[in-house]
Each structure stands twice: as structure tokens, then as C-alpha cells.
Write a protein that binds this ligand. Structure first.
Ligand SMILES: [Zn+2]
Length: 162
């Protein structure tokens, strides 16, 4: 059986931006915003409820360390390299958007964190991974609701409804 994407990529040192005992992190090649990061267990486990206590503790450490890394990482070079690697036309589109972002390599004003836990929740690679999506003031007209927008019409609970 072929190894899944996350099982393969963890041995590619040029892609891995952070390592701990049980986890590693890479930049998403389809970044929602500059610095969009994936924190991934080294073990091949599909679901969030398979994560051990030790792995959970390292997620916490990773979030802290990666949020500092986002400000010093060579994001311009990283996204340029993703485009050169011709991962896909879609990846190039997302990387170009990130490169043109006015806040590339500045401290994010917030983060959305999340796991697509199961195919019904939008997971496309069956190896659990934690999305860490930097957010910047003004990147949406009204960001209230955040990850509630996984189902768009359910996002903003401040909109008056009948
Ligand atoms: Zn895997």
C-alpha cells in the first residue's frame, strides 16, 4: 500500500519546518493565509480520538513555537518554491495570493485552529492534521463567526433571522 502524503512528507527535510518527538509541521501548499501551517503526528492515525496525551501536549508546544516561527520564516522563498515545484495550478493560485498578501511575514493578529475530523468534516488525507491559520485585522469585512463558516450560512450568528 502506498504511504499517505503525511507519512511521506515527514522524511522530506526541506518541507518540515518544526519537529518534536512525536509531531512535525509543514506549511500548507494551499495556504488560506500566509503562514498556514499543518501540525501532524508522525504516527499514521486518521482520527482525533486516536491522539495520545503525549501527542496532545506536543500540539500545545508546537502552537507556541510555530507562532513565533511565522514571523521569521522565509515565507516569500517558501511560496516561490511551492510555485516552482508545480504541485498543481490550484496550489500556485493560493501561493501567489499569499505572496501578494500585505501582511506577509508580520505578526498575525489572531489564528483559526482546526481539525477536519472525518471525511464528513472535509478531511481529504486520512492522517489527522491540525490547521493553524494566521488571521489579520481586515482580512475579512466581518470575521465574526470564524470557523463557524464551515457551513457558510451558519457562520454569522449576529445576522437577524426569522
Ligand atoms: Zn499517514
Amino acid at each position: 500500500m502506498d504511504k499517505c502524503f503525511f507519512c511521506q512528507v515527514q522524511s522530506q527535510s526541506q518541507q518540515v519546518i518544526w519537529n518534536s518527538d512525536k509531531l512535525f509541521a509543514i506549511y500548507d501548499s494551499y495556504p488560506v493565509s500566509p503562514g498556514h501551517t499543518l501540525i501532524v503526528p508522525k504516527r499514521h492515525v486518521a482520527n482525533l480520538n486516536e491522539i495520545t496525551d503525549d501527542e496532545w501536549n506536543e500540539v500545545k508546544i508546537g502552537i507556541n513555537e510555530l507562532s513565533k516561527l511565522h514571523q521569521t520564516s522565509a515565507l516569500k522563498e517558501i511560496y516561490t518554491n511551492f510555485i516552482k515545484a508545480e504541485i498543481s495550478d490550484e496550489s500556485a493560485w493560493f501561493c501567489n495570493k499569499a505572496l501578494k498578501h500585505p501582511r506577509l511575514n508580520t505578526k498575525p493578529d489572531g489564528y483559526n485552529h482546526g481539525v477536519n475530523d472525518g471525511r464528513a468534516a472535509g478531511r481529504t488525507v486520512d492522517h489527522v492534521h491540525w490547521h493553524m491559520i494566521p488571521r489579520f485585522d481586515g482580512d475579512m469585512i466581518d470575521p465574526r463567526g470564524g470557523i463557524r463558516y464551515v457551513i457558510p450560512e451558519m457562520g454569522n450568528y449576529k445576522i437577524p433571522r426569522k
